[in-house]
Design a protein around this ligand. Structure first.
Ligand code: SAH
Ligand code: SF4
Ligand code: F3S
Length: 436
């Protein structure tokens, strides 16, 4: 048995790619190891969404250099979004890398590993033909919840974003394959699935034509054994009334919507090429809350986009106060290769981005704390996801609304459903106790 150590740097799609890579490698005799020093192969599954993410790759490669020098036969590979974007440039910059594997070439990995036996270096960033993904041996991290890809790539070209260049054109998987994969997972004991795509709401199935994401949800809602269906990420521009009504109606679809807004200013949204304005976005939030009054809503915010004036930034803060998100992810704008906004005038100074992001977090901290405080004393159904290794005897569970709750309990409860009563509210977490 050979050993592979995989480091994963990116989003859920990147994590799921790691699960597929593990499965493909296990079929040719590899087992995963947590210890890089005992690995026959080390793979870095990279992310390119912001400059910092890309830097992580190069600093990690620096750390791994002594190991590679000691053990030259160890295969060192770079995969993921930076691999797709930089291709052969990675060999130039870091000559001790052996393998560069793009996001689209993953199914070819076993063959490429074989090629490495006769060649010093292997590069593949071409398109592979994805056959039915449910036929791959995907080695999932957990037994009770699972990612399922429903759509790959992105055609939206938000002006700041690298993803259309690292993941290629939008392409939906046939719904029959998705349902088949969901059924097989449920039969294996999975109770929660998360549907993955850069833009799940533009899912189009050949069989059902337009607007078939709601239809797909309906088919998955009927899969026996599944209790929770989540999805990430939907784009506000195609959040239709039909999708909202479908969510509200289907008992297994969780009451949580991650709806990235990016900015509260219509002027900045236009520069970002987001294809909606503040008014449209707020109208969609109102529609979600009309249909599901207690729905949890989360978002992504970028500060310091080129041309963001003080008044635009204030619009973002006021939007946070108006929507009252349960939680947000906030980012400083970062220039990315190929993304148009790198050439836009009025780039914002680093210090101002830092200051604006701090203000965003300050406003949100208060809102999240208020929302969490309102939950104290209530009891929620949780799926127990993990035991906390740092505090033995404590577990983390997730509510249908995607709130994480920590409580005491024994490790063998991981993977089961339970009820937890909330006892303490903090800005970024909730504490509770298990109800017998
Ligand atoms: N497809 C998803 C987002 C994927 S990237 C969507 O459209 O909602 C996740 C988040 O990273 C984005 O929502 C955005 O907030 C952030 N992001 C993307 N590109 C960025 C950049 N160049 N600088 C800073 N943040 C960025
Ligand atoms: Fe990037 Fe926009 Fe596509 Fe999301 S929708 S992945 S932000 S281009
Ligand atoms: Fe995901 Fe990062 Fe690629 S966010 S799609 S791994 S650039």
């Amino acid at each position: 048995m050979k050993k592979v150590h995989i480091m994963t740097f990116g989003c859920q799609m990147n994590e799921h790619d790691t699960e597929q890579i593990s499965g493909l490698l296990s079929a040719i005799g590899y087992v995963r190891t947590d210890a890089p020093e005992e690995a026959d192969m080390i793979l870095l599954n990279t992310c390119s969404i912001r400059e910092k993410a890309e830097h992580k790759l190069y600093s990690q490669l620096g750390h791994l250099r002594p190991l590679k020098e000691q053990n030259p036969s160890m295969v060192l590979g770079v995969c993921g979004c930076v691999a797709q974007q930089e291709a052969a440039k990675i060999f130039k910059r870091v000559p001790f890398v052996d393998l560069v594997l793009g996001t689209k070439a993953i199914p070819k990995l076993p063959m490429l590993v074989q090629n490495l036996e006769s060649r010093p270096r292997v590069l593949d960033v071409s398109d592979a033909v994805w056959s039915d993904e449910s036929d791959y041996t995907t080695m999932r991290e957990r037994k009770f919840n699972a990612f399922i890809t429903i759509i790959r790539g992105c055609d939206n070209y938000c002006s700041y974003c690298v993803v259309p260049y690292t993941r290629g054109r939008e392409e939906s998987r046939p719904s029959a394959d998705i349902v088949k994969e969901a059924r097989a997972l449920a039969a294996d004991g999975v109770i929660e699935i998360t549907l993955l795509g850069q833009n799940v709401s533009s899912y189009r199935d050949g069989e059902h034509g337009k607007s078939s994401f709601p239809h797909l949800l309906r088919m998955l809602n009927d899969v026996d054994g599944l209790k929770r269906i989540r999805f990430i990420t939907a784009h506000p521009k195609d959040l239709t009334d039909e999708l909202i009504e479908t969510m509200a109606e289907l008992p297994n679809v969780c009451e949580h919507f991650h709806l990235p807004v990016q900015s509260g200013s219509s002027h900045v949204l236009r520069l970002m090429n987001r294809k909606y304005d503040r008014e449209w976005y707020l109208n969609r939030i109102a529609a979600l809350r009309r249909a599901m009054p207690d729905i949890a809503i989360t978002t992504d915010v970028i500060v310091g986009f080129p041309g963001e004036r003080e008044e635009d930034f204030q619009d973002t803060l006021s939007l946070l106060r108006e929507v009252r998100y349960d939680a947000i992810f906030g980012f400083e704008y970062s220039n990315r290769p190929n993304a148009k906004s790198g050439n836009f005038p009025d780039q914002i100074a680093k210090a101002l981005k830092v200051e604006r992001l701090q203000q965003v977090f300050d406003v949100q901290r208060g809102i999240s704390l208020e929302i969490h405080a309102g939950m104290v004393g209530n009891t929620y159904e949780v799926l127990i996801e993990s035991a906390n290794p740092r505090f033995p005897g404590t577990l983390t569970g997730r509510t249908r609304h995607n709130h994480a709750v920590t409580f005491s309990g024994s490790e063998d409860l991981v993977g089961s459903m339970a009820f937890a009563k909330i006892t303490e509210a903090h800005p970024y977490r909730l504490a509770g106790e298990l109800i017998a």
